[in-house]
Each structure stands twice: as structure tokens, then as C-alpha cells.
Design a protein around this ligand. Structure first.
Ligand code: NAP
Length: 251
């Protein structure tokens, strides 16, 4: 492991992951772009590489479905080798299918748990082991404000996000003594494919702005970062609303 500033971004083919990867490349990182839509990844890599200093290939493409859990250990090692080092892993893959108020569709539930939670665990377990050996490194997981309470609209999306936050906190507490930072990002509403068609959402920001804030957090933060920061106040208020009132809200 020799090269400084090398990152893996899982879920880099659109939205927050794409924007974070572009930001990191701008800041001098060599970035491995991971997701299923290889064509999108190649377009993003071309854009990054065309703006890189002459001859430098800052973005590499690895097509992968995070629900193919068994592939991860070998792929993780192969990516680290190809990058020439590894200092940062960002897990941004996620799905949130539409769920009707009375709908309980286990196939949708399974997909959310597999992509949002289990995919994160299998990727970040690899990162935790490598960074423990290196006694250095940063792990960033994209959670959500949705994980702070059990909102009635999206039972399993909220569950996956709440569980992500707990898993990331345990990693942070385990890895602190090994000089490894673990950052939990909790975005509010971001303008991406995930929120397309949902209308005007409170304090919506662009994916580019979110990507910039995620890259800032990856470089400096030590715990949980709300994106944008003003969501921290709303989250604090929501967490303190008693259950019997919260269940009446469309929060
Ligand atoms: N947008 C918001 O308002 C918002 C708010 C809070 C939290 N978040 C979280 O932010 C993260 C990024 O979402 P986004 O808003 O940027 O949405 P997005 O544009 O839909 O991006 C989702 C990313 O996840 C990847 N992905 C989905 N399933 C995958 C699979 N099976 N294997 C590999 N990659 C997979 C997608 O790539 P492929 O389809 O190419 O595989 C894509 O790169 C998610 O965890 C989401 O829950 C978003």
C-alpha cells in the first residue's frame, strides 16, 4: 500500500455517490467507481479522466451488484491493488422503492435490506480489516435522516437506515484505537434519481452540493454529519417528539 489519496465509492453511477466521486477526484484522489450500470460509470470516469492532469487515470470502473456478497472480498482486494493503495471507502449504494401506506411487500423489503444494509456491511467489513492492518484510513457510510425515527411511510427503508447508523457507530467505536475514522452521513432531501417525482421537498439541495459536503466530511469529520447541517436541529426535535404525537404526524 503505497499511494496516498485512493478511494472506493460504492454506488457511484448516479446521485450522491457520483457527485462525491467527482469531488474526490478533483481533490486529487484516485477513485474506483463501483455500481451495476457500467455504461454510466464509464461516462463518469471519462469525464473525470478528461479533467485530470495529463496522462493521469484518476477514475477506474468496476461493475458490481452489491447483493452478490460473495464477490466482495476478492473484488475489494483487486480494487485496492489497481488503485495502488487505499485510504478511503465511501458506501453510497441505496434503494428506496415506492411503498403504499397499506403495502407490505417483502420482495421490496428484502431488496432494501440487501442493498442498503447488508451490502454496506460486507464492503465495510473489508475496509475495517484492511484499515486495522494499516492503522489508518477513513470509512464513510451514507445513511439518512430517515433512520432517526420509525416514520410510518417507509417501514423497511427507515429500518435499514437506522441499522446502518448503529453499524457505523460500532465500527467507529471499534476502529478509533486503530487511527481509523468512521463517518456517518445523514442527508436530508437531495435531488437525485431516488427523489425524482416526489415534488418539492423541504430544503432540497443538488447532488453536487451533497457530494461536496460528503467529500468535506470524508476529509475532516469524526462522527455524524447532517447534509446540509441544518437538518441536525430538525433531527434533534424529531427524536424528542413523544411516540403518541409522532404517530399522528406525516414526518
Ligand atoms: N436522495 C435523497 O434525498 C437521499 C436522502 C437521504 C439518504 N439518501 C441515501 O443516499 C444514498 C445514495 O442515493 P441517491 O439519492 O444518490 O440515489 P441514486 O441516484 O438512485 O443512487 C443510488 C446508487 O446506488 C447504486 N445501487 C443501487 N442498487 C445497487 C446494487 N444492487 N448494486 C450496486 N449499486 C447499487 C446505484 O447504482 P446502479 O443502479 O448503477 O447499481 C446508484 O449508484 C442512498 O443510500 C440513499 O438512501 C438519499
Amino acid at each position: 500500500m503505497i499511494r496516498d489519496k485512493c478511494a472506493i465509492v460504492v454506488g457511484a453511477s448516479s446521485g450522491i455517490g457520483e457527485a462525491a466521486a467527482v469531488q474526490l477526484a478533483r481533490r486529487g484522489y484516485r477513485v474506483a467507481l463501483v455500481a451495476r450500470r457500467e455504461h454510466e460509470l464509464r461516462k463518469i470516469a471519462e469525464r473525470i479522466n478528461s479533467r485530470s492532469p495529463a496522462g493521469e487515470e484518476r477514475a477506474l470502473v468496476f461493475a458490481h451488484d452489491v447483493t452478490h456478497f460473495n464477490e466482495v472480498p476478492e473484488l475489494f482486494d483487486r480494487i485496492a491493488q489497481s488503485l495502488g493503495g487505499l485510504t478511503l471507502v465511501v458506501y453510497a449504494a441505496g434503494v428506496m422503492p415506492r411503498v403504499e401506506p397499506e403495502e407490505y411487500d417483502f420482495s421490496k423489503d428484502l431488496k432494501m435490506v440487501e442493498v442498503n444494509l447488508l451490502g454496506m456491511i460486507v464492503w465495510l467489513n473489508e475496509a475495517a480489516q484492511l484499515f486495522t492492518r494499516l492503522q489508518a484510513g477513513t470509512i464513510v457510510g451514507i445513511g439518512s435522516i430517515a433512520g432517526d425515527r420509525g416514520r410510518k411511510g417507509q417501514p423497511v427503508y427507515n429500518t435499514s437506515k437506522g441499522a446502518q447508523a448503529i453499524y457505523l457507530e460500532t465500527l467507529r467505536n471499534r476502529l478509533a484505537k486503530h487511527n481509523v475514522r468512521v463517518v456517518t452521513i445523514k442527508p436530508g432531501y437531495i435531488d437525485t434519481l431516488m427523489t425524482r417525482g416526489m415534488g418539492n421537498l423541504l430544503w432540497m439541495i443538488s447532488a453536487e452540493e451533497a457530494g461536496r459536503l460528503v467529500a468535506n466530511a470524508a476529509e475532516t469529520a469524526r462522527a455524524t454529519v447532517y447534509v446540509p447541517a441544518r437538518w441536525r436541529i430538525v433531527a434533534w426535535l424529531l427524536v424528542h417528539i413523544p411516540s403518541f404525537i409522532f404517530r399522528r404526524l406525516d414526518a
